[in-house]
Design a protein around this ligand. Structure first.
Ligand code: SAH
Length: 261
């Protein structure tokens, strides 16, 4: 079968290095996680190292040309091929309450949206690993205080233990992307439930990092938090110094009733 023609708008950069594909597959503990989703399998370079390891492999691919290619390679009892947009996939409808692990050499044009969807559905996703552009991989894994620490770091690290495993150069893709890549692994923490208002927490984190060099007191001014609360010394800090737990503490202190928007 003819190889798939790479389409830029779908973020298609096909991996050509089999050693790297195998190393990505090896980030996943197949004994522990038996139900797996691969996002954006393309022509299946990673899929071949997953299919032999699990009974339940779901492939989510938006590109009909890639889907046709995969149908030609695997038959229905080997993989569950879902043609569609991962970002629109209704997990409960497709998988019920069943938990699943996510893996992939992901489409970089929707990297952060993939991570946010994972965080929103963390109750069903104990494990996530795969390849992103290096910059996004670093942002997810950096600790508080670092320059690259931001919204993605705070929110991901609240629920997952994050690791940046190894870097990958552009030359091993066809066509090569303009950026370097890196492989990360996220393992869900035992306690991944929040004891604060999630909407408020996400709002506080996003608003704070719009002005990462200012103090929280300044960053959150538009919320009109009562002065009595903002006198606390935590408001003297810059958002980049706060861990996810600190933001949870902040959300608890503020509470939904105390802000005006
Ligand atoms: N994993 C393959 C392909 C990587 S390129 C490899 O390593 O070679 C990214 C893949 O994601 C492409 O196949 C592209 O069609 C697919 N893709 C892009 N947007 C998607 C989306 N919203 N949902 C599912 N797949 C998507």
């Amino acid at each position: 079968m003819k190889p798939v023609r790479a389409k830029k708008k779908l973020g298609q950069h096909f991996l050509t290095d089999l050693t790297i594909a195998r190393r990505i597959a090896e980030t996943l503990d197949f004994q522990k996680y038996s139900n797996i989703i691969e996002i954006g399998p393309g022509m299946g370079v990673l899929t071949q190292f997953l299919v032999s390891e699990t009974q339940s492999l779901n492939l989510v691919e938006i590109d009909s040309e890639s889907v046709a290619y995969l149908k030609n390679t695997y038959d229905e009892n080997q993989v569950n091929l879902i043609e569609g947009d991962f970002l629109k996939l209704d997990f409960k409808k497709t998988f019920g309450e069943e938990p699943f692990a996510i893996i992939g050499n992901f489409p970089y044009n929707i990297s952060t949206q993939i991570v946010f969807k994972t965080l929103e559905n963390r109750d069903q996703i104990p494990f996530f690993s795969g390849m992103f552009q290096k910059e996004v991989a670093e942002r997810i894994c950096e600790p508080p205080g670092s320059k690259k620490y931001g919204i993605l770091s705070v929110l991901t690290q609240l629920f997952y233990k994050t690791e940046l495993l190894f870097h990958v150069p552009p030359q091993v893709f066809k066509p090569p992307p303009k950026v370097d890549s890196a492989v990360i692994r996220l393992v869900r923490k035992t306690d991944f439930h929040l004891d604060c208002d999630e909407v408020l927490l996400f709002q506080l984190v996003k608003l704070s990092f719009q002005q990462r060099r200012k103090t929280l007191r300044n960053c959150l001014k538009t919320l009109n938090i009562p002065k009595m609360l903002t006198e606390d010394s935590i408001f003297d800090l810059r958002p980049e110094k706060l861990s996810g737990k600190d933001f949870v503490q902040l959300a608890k202190q503020i509470g939904h009733g105390n802000i005006s928007n």
